[in-house]
Design a protein. Structure first.
Length: 101
């Protein structure tokens, strides 16, 4: 199956894009700290705790990107987001959140 691209813009709302970029930069900083901890032979549990924090932050970013995609790209193409479609998107996002713990 090929990728379906409905909208060539990844993020159609600037505040969302800025927020995601900001969060990714924070995660990058934390990941660099994990790398440094490993290089400096830090206590394994401390490394794992930091790594898990990075993973949790990335999952949160994934949820935000998915939600943005559903509202801006998918619904934008269907019918400019009527209230029934907003409910469906909320249900999909809720299921995604549960699957990520």
């Amino acid at each position: 199956m090929g990728d379906v691209k409905m909208n060539t813009r990844l993020y159609s709302q600037e505040p969302t894009k800025s927020k995601i970029i900001h969060r990714l930069k924070i995660v990058k900083g934390h990941l660099e700290k994990v790398l440094k901890m490993v290089e400096e032979d830090a206590y394994c549990i401390d490394v794992i705790n930091q790594s898990q924090a990075v993973q949790a932050a990335l999952k949160k970013i994934d949820r935000e990107i998915l939600e943005n995609h559903l509202y801006c790209c998918v619904l934008g193409e269907v019918d400019k987001a009527n209230s029934q479609n907003k409910k469906l998107v909320s249900e999909i996002v809720s299921v995604f959140k549960k699957s990520q713990g």
